[in-house]
Write a new protein. Structure first.
Length: 154
């Protein structure tokens, strides 16, 4: 017998079940996404109950096996963005969102209307300057100064 088989045999004979230790280590290493996966699973289960849809129906709409839906609903599946998007589409709910931020830099916008657009009219340039910043705690957009327009005629 090789060393690997001997150690497996000794574990079996000793009566110790070391698989629970390995599983516990794995859960500890992956606790962040496991927590989110469990929350997603609970949200899906609630929605299925509310709309009266079975797991089998969900599997058919997602074009996956019933076993795959069962794995998702156990809350231990590392879901891809594609899978989350499909679930959101079928169930009509939002399972994951990403906050959108705008930098605090000043943005200049310039629109030029050419002479060809209005025959016989001068070129008109509009300049707008906006400074955006966000209260990141409340996620409320705030404009620091109103839009200022300079109308120049060329």
């Amino acid at each position: 017998m090789n060393d690997d088989n001997v150690s497996k045999f000794q574990q079996l004979v000793s009566g110790e079940d070391v698989r629970w230790v390995e599983k516990a280590k794995w859960r500890k290493e992956h606790k962040d996404w496991l927590k989110k996966s469990a929350l997603i699973a609970l949200t899906i289960l609630r929605k299925l109950r509310d709309i009266g849809m079975s797991q089998k129906d969900l599997a058919e709409q997602l074009n996956v096996s019933a076993q795959q839906v069962s794995k998702i609903l156990k809350g231990r599946e590392n879901l891809t963005l594609e899978t989350i998007s499909k679930l959101e589409g079928v169930l009509g709910i939002e399972l994951a969102s990403v906050p959108q931020y705008i930098t605090t830099d000043t943005k200049d916008f310039e629109v030029v209307v050419s002479q060809e657009a209005w025959i016989g009219q001068p070129i008109v340039t509009f300049k707008k300057q906006e400074r955006h910043f966000y209260d990141y705690d409340a996620m409320v957009p705030v404009v620091s100064n109103p839009i200022q327009e300079d109308l120049t005629v060329a």
